[in-house]
Design a protein around this ligand. Sequence first.
Ligand SMILES: [Zn+2]
Length: 485
Amino acid sequence: MASTVKELEPKMVWEYFESISQIPRGSGNEKAISDYLVEFARQHQLEVIQDKALNVIIKKKASPGYENAPVVILQGHMDMVCEKNKDTVHDFLKDPLDLVVEGDYIFARGTSLGGDDGIALAYGLALLASDNIPHPPLEVVFTTSEETGMEGAANLDCSHLKGKILINLDSEEEGVFLSSCAGGARAHLILKTQWVKEEKSGPVYSIQIRGLKGGHSGQEIDKERANANLLMGRILYSLQEDMHFDLISINGGAKDNAIPREADAVIQIESKNIEKLMKIIEKWNDILKNEYKKSDPDIEVKIELVREISSEHLSEEIKGKIIHILMLMPNGVQSMSMDIEGLVESSTNLGVVITDKEEIRFISALRSSVESRKRLIINKIKVLASFVGADFLLKGEYPAWQYAEDSKIRSLFTNKYEELFGKKAEITAIHAGLECGFFAEKIKDVDIISLGPNMKDIHTPNERLSISSTKNTWELLLAVLKEIK
Ligand SMILES: [Zn+2]
């Protein structure tokens, strides 16, 4: 068994993997790695383009006999997520990664490995440097800042590219080919505050929703987990049917792309209603524990006395609007894919509600693998905003890569995979964004697949890349390229 990177096969791939691991390349710090790629191209006398976003495109002519083959784009991102263990001394701006080979895995001591997506660079450079691998004309595209919002891909000028076949090398499971991804955006609904400034006595309570599981707003949106912000809306709606209260603030959730686990509302009531309020809170505990007994068994509504006097509260009109928004905001799974079983096609998550002096902001992260359905969710939130006289802002939009019924590149990979390894490949999709969405949007009729070797615990110091799987995926890639004539 090999114990150093130098002894690993395929040699060229690991050689380049080792060289790029010497160059710090966290998202936003890509100048050095980008220049390294340009220098590599110059040394190998290959055509190269480096743009303002530091994306690099390297072109290589077909090997003999493949001059008339269609151009193939190979793509991955040059940046990596920088994570280290608490006790690790490592400067991600200066220090090289400390690669370790152990059994079938390679990892970096104390830090993330950047196998995501360093392996795409290693494959790409090995192919570009080779003189004995049969392949069609290649356009190898290395993008920047994928991990922090896909800015490289968003800014890439695809008119430099002639290829209509794109192989994205940014997946982490051998034999599982991605065929679609979600597009998304952040929708901000902004309601201007109106404060009523008056000294008022009466108990001020904080209502707190706690104990929810939360989770990733894409991957876990189909698990029927409670959204703390929306539950607070339900509780306030029901409360106003039973008594008058003033709303002082409402806050919930920390990130738009996480299902909110906690929410807090501060209200003031009249002293005569204390007992009634306690009963209502108790009732809501029962209702929610019943509704969410499977998905959020630890759900809890708490109430806490904060003070006995208030100096200002939101106007009755604004309170009403907040409750309207929380009762009507689209949320959760909106549609399921009919192409891939069990895949969420469209969803939205009201992740954050914040009250400050000037405004109450409601932020939703929405997704769909069908562009028009993404637009539908955006428009629903827009309509709600205009209904209540709130402002609407759309941020961080990224495009979907819609599932294609017929994909030649997918069939080719599927067939070759079975031929080489005697197993059926799996075709799947993810309810999250990939750079493929930008290429699908920018290159007309492009045929895309996304794949990669087995990796574990990416984006953590435990990230590991399988050596045998790296070899298998390389062989598969070469077998497919050989076939494209
Ligand atoms: Zn990646």
